[in-house]
Write a protein of this length. Sequence first.
Length: 326
Amino acid sequence: MSSKCALITGITGQDGSYLSEWLLGQGYEVHGIVRRVALEDPEHRLSRLKAIRGRLKLHAASLESYASIHRVIHEVQPDECYHLAAQSFVSYSFDDEFSTLNTNINGTHFLLSAVKTLAPQCRFYFAGSSEMFGMAETVPQNESTPFHPRSSYGISKVAGFDLTRNYREAYGLYACNGILFNHESPRRGFEFVTRKITSGVAAILAGKSTQLSLGNLEAQRDWGHAREYVEGMWLMLQQPQPDDYVIATGECHSVREFVELAFAHVGLDYTRYLTTDPELHRPAEVNLLKGDASKARKVLGWTHRVKFADLVREMVDEDCRALGII
Ligand code: G4F
């Protein structure tokens, strides 16, 4: 057991909540950066942290303000910093490129700079993304695959990746990039396709809705379980040397397959409920993402355990349970 201190940005999100639970289980003192509005509306904004809220130390700060980041790093003096916060919804990044780039790039830069100045021994994790590969030249993608991002979100993640690597190389910071492929769970936000599907299935089953409207059904993603992916983040910061790692299952499935399986799990035929809406298609799509996590398996000993079909079923079951229909 450790008595280390960790600081998490994005602690209120899916990954932040699982990572907090994991770190508490390892004996860490866990701090989180949250927006002031979250502290003022805990019922809603801190809902994923409900079970562990009393064991966390939350600090109001904004990734848009260097002064507030500086204050938190100075106060907390973390041993490990997990930078998960971002505008992370790819679709939204097409509507507002400027705020996506500003928040995601400056937020990462502010944090790296504050860590370098005030806590240079702190180990730093940056949440990179498979969206950095975008229109990838090769399948599957690994740490050597060139980036070709297709959205301002993807571009902001490439910038964050480069900043993190540069702080490692230029200033000797122990800084790692995780290149995580899509990871889901019952805690996923409702705007992402997997949760939109599973909550939609539950609503149809409960008689609260009659159809599910989606965009591109043929896009393929490598979907894993978020609870396992946060263990990969932690493992990256426990190595003798900092490095960058792909975390993925190595299996990909289309959105259509996800839909089919989710409906079939509750005995429904998806073709009776599914509609498509051209408005939900993206101006530039990433058609096929499939990760090669062999480096993480070899060096970190990380491997995924939850199978695609089990992930879909768990998400549908949880959404049905929330509506009181199972
Ligand atoms: O669930 P999505 O919105 O996730 P996306 O764009 O792959 O990004 C997620 O994973 C990344 C890791 O690779 C993260 F970096 C990122 O922050 C985020 O967590 O969309 C998945 C696919 C896309 O191809 C999209 O076009 O589903 C397709 N899709 C089809 N209909 C839809 C819909 N996506 C959404 N959100 N809503 C739809 O109605």
